[in-house]
Design a protein around this ligand. Structure first.
Ligand code: ZN
Length: 224
């Protein structure tokens, strides 16, 4: 099965082995059944996938790698008994079989013309590493992707990734950037998830006035 990058394939095997045996079986069936509809890899080793087993279920999967090891991964389905769900198993197998397209946009994330979710992940990655001027451009793109996210599952995974990154060490040291990121995805706030925004704001060590303002903005969006 390992037709591509053997260190990565081994890491994926290790992750798959963590899953429940029934989940592994379902994921393998999904993979063989061609349920991984879109799978793209950017040149710096990030994968984004859409897994759709039926007309009314479609989930987004991301896998972030440095070529050999896995840095982060996730799926926006409701399964939470184990970090590895059947969609991830299916995507891991597809990656091992080399069944992905290379994304053409990444020469320049600023002018990306691709799937909304992929543009989002590229801009979010850029935000982690770029300087202040570029951060503004990345935040604009993230904000646009939040607006253009079409499905509830896409909105959910975009928000999850933004919230998760706010707790990252790079961002904790730059509360201003975290506030800007939360503001960029404020369009996704709802009565159901506003507490998550508040938790993220509470986690920031400083930010003073900006934090208070954003809190008010979020509350106004949800409660009018
Ligand atoms: Zn899943």
């Amino acid at each position: 099965m390992s037709t591509f990058l053997s260190p990565l394939c081994d890491t994926l095997d290790t992750l798959i082995a963590l899953a429940d045996p029934k989940v592994i079986q379902r994921g393998e069936d999904y993979h063989r059944g061609g349920v991984v509809r879109i799978l793209r890899r950017s040149p710096d080793g990030r994968f984004a996938a859409e897994v759709s087993a039926s007309a009314d279920s479609s989930y987004r999967v991301f896998v972030k790698t440095d070529g050999g090891s896995i840095l982060d991964y996730g799926c926006d389905c409701p399964y939470d008994a184990n970090p590895v769900c059947k969609h991830l198993v299916a995507v891991f197998r597809a990656i091992q079989c080399g069944e992905f397209d290379e994304t053409p946009y990444t020469e320049d994330w600023r002018t990306a013309q691709s799937d909304n979710f992929i543009i989002f992940t590229t801009a979010l990655d850029a935000l982690e590493h770029c300087n202040n001027t570029e951060a503004k451009a990345a935040l604009d793109i993230i904000s646009r992707c939040c607006l253009e996210a079409e499905t509830p599952s896409e909105r959910k995974i975009i928000l999850e990734r933004c919230l998760r990154i706010c707790a990252d060490s790079v961002f904790v040291k730059k509360p201003g950037l975290s506030v800007s990121l939360l503001r960029a995805c404020a369009v996704l706030v709802s009565e159901k998830n506003i507490h998550r925004f508040y938790e993220a704001l509470d986690g920031l060590k400083s930010g003073g006035q900006e934090l208070t303002l954003l809190r008010q903005e979020l509350s106004a969006r949800v409660y009018g």
